[in-house]
Design a protein around this ligand. Structure first.
Ligand code: AMP
Ligand code: ZN
Length: 115
């Protein structure tokens, strides 16, 4: 999709530090890491969020999540990680192309879920 930063990363128009790629997703380093290790697992198909996904998107997202589990040790996340998807305005989603944050490489603090 035009003007989507993650679509541009996926098609190579914008450089990224890529750790993994297959036909469904890429895994890159987050440009502004919020933990010692902070990756973004980005499905290649553009859709904004859970609300916009089709049944096929959901099946493919499941495959991506399974793959994340398989490659986590090779990303230095063998001791565990936090898996986050921000959705919409209240979820503080800033890039409107669904993506999964993988945070780890340290013991993480509790996020601020409360007011
Ligand atoms: P979210 O707020 O959940 O939409 O997350 C968007 C994430 O994308 C943020 O953590 C940003 O630091 C990250 N980000 C934005 N631009 C880039 C980029 N060019 N390369 C890697 N990560 C990026
Ligand atoms: Zn996109």
């Amino acid at each position: 999709m035009e003007d989507c930063i993650f679509c541009k990363i996926i098609n190579g128009e914008i450089p990224s530090h890529k750790f993994y790629e297959d036909d469904l997703m890429i895994v890159i380093a987050d440009i502004a890491p919020k933990a010692n290790k902070h990756y973004l697992a980005i499905p290649k198909k553009h859709y904004k969020s859970f609300t916009d996904m089709t049944g096929d998107d959901a099946v493919n997202l499941g495959k991506c999540i399974k793959k994340v589990g398989e490659i986590a040790p090779s990303l230095g996340l063998e001791n565990g990680f936090r898996f986050v998807i921000n959705q919409g305005e209240d979820g503080m989603q800033t890039v409107p192309h669904l993506h999964m944050h993988l945070l780890g490489g340290q013991k993480l603090n509790e996020p601020n879920y409360n007011k």
